[in-house]
Design a protein around this ligand. Sequence first.
Ligand SMILES: Cc1ncc(COP(=O)(O)O)c(C=O)c1O
Length: 400
Amino acid sequence: MPGPGAFLIGDEERREVEEVLQSGYLSRYGKEDDPRFLKKVVTLEQQFAERIGTSYCIAVNGGTGALMASLVALNVGPGVEVLVPGYTFVASLSAIIAVGGTPILTEIDDSLTMDPGDLESKITERTRVIMPIHMLGNPCNMDKIMQVANANNLLVLEDCCQSLGASYKGKPLGSIGDIGAFSMNVNKTITSGDGGLVTTGDRHLHERAFGYHDQGHMPLRFGVEIGKRSIIGINLRMNELTGAFALGQLKKLDTILTLLTQKKEVFKRAIIDGGIKNLGFRKINDPEECHTLITVIFPNKEVSQSVAKTLHTRIVSDSDWHVYNNMEQLLSYTDNDGFRPFKRNMLPKTDDILERAINLSVGVVDSGLGAGFGINILSDEKEIHNKAEQFLEAVSKEIN
Ligand SMILES: Cc1ncc(COP(=O)(O)O)c(C=O)c1O
């Protein structure tokens, strides 16, 4: 089940894609002086950079590709450690390993994002990057994370894949650290089926990330530039059809964010008005979050599990792709030095929070995220109140 952008696909996206089909130019590269070549990918990069407030943006094939290009730009490779929370989509961890680096897991706090208090003790002489994940649309505590990064001379890669549209203290996510990575898969704020974006204000990082995404070429080439390639790259390019579709969706971003804010407000208010004591919510680090989900935190695992069972959903610790304990392929991973970065239950604080939490969908309806129950961006007031009542009924059987 998809994210909010997927619910609103319509004429804008269709028109954009038809223009590309009529132009005959399907690659991001074409004859620069041919007026039929519409440069949809380049236009997307310009509009996205403007939106995030960074000088540069690179459109790529997905969020995983955006993370890999960003990590390579930051010189992550063999022998380099990246601090990353144990609650994130598996791609955040596998991208680090794919470029040869070592993920070092950190705890989350009651915002379900990186716990800045757990960073210092995990820094070694090999640490180069902190990778905060703006999980479930909620900005990380970026003030504290940037403080630790600056004090220890570390670089910051923001994983914004679940948080396009959110800001922290007035700054759009993806513009605070050294580089940011976004996803447009079907579960995200806006979608192009698959697709990703890298944002940075640093020209050098832009060149390196661009080069990695396109066989080492310098940014904005319109042909093969032999002799100018600065880095060994691969192909993570976005094509014109995807770029065009994404442009159609990007036009809808503000509408999506407004709708999500309204729906979440009504849903959460209806739950709070139910008057159930001992019902907590995750800490939201900035009101300009994405409003894609509500996370309820219960007093103990027994209660959260019973409520989840009644609602035919799952507690967050059982959401299989997002919790390190459930990633069997990583738990058995050993790096070239024989080091095993992942061990089951190595993050007791994270385990405790996730066992007591249930995600309710507002805009991202994704059972893989543990958000199999809730509303969606098109839900009307009646449906929202109905879902709130169902939720309250399930909870009141357990606590009151
Ligand atoms: C936090 C996070 N990072 C990275 C990714 C990877 O993005 P993609 O699926 O576009 O490769 C996702 C996607 O679900 C994600 O949620």
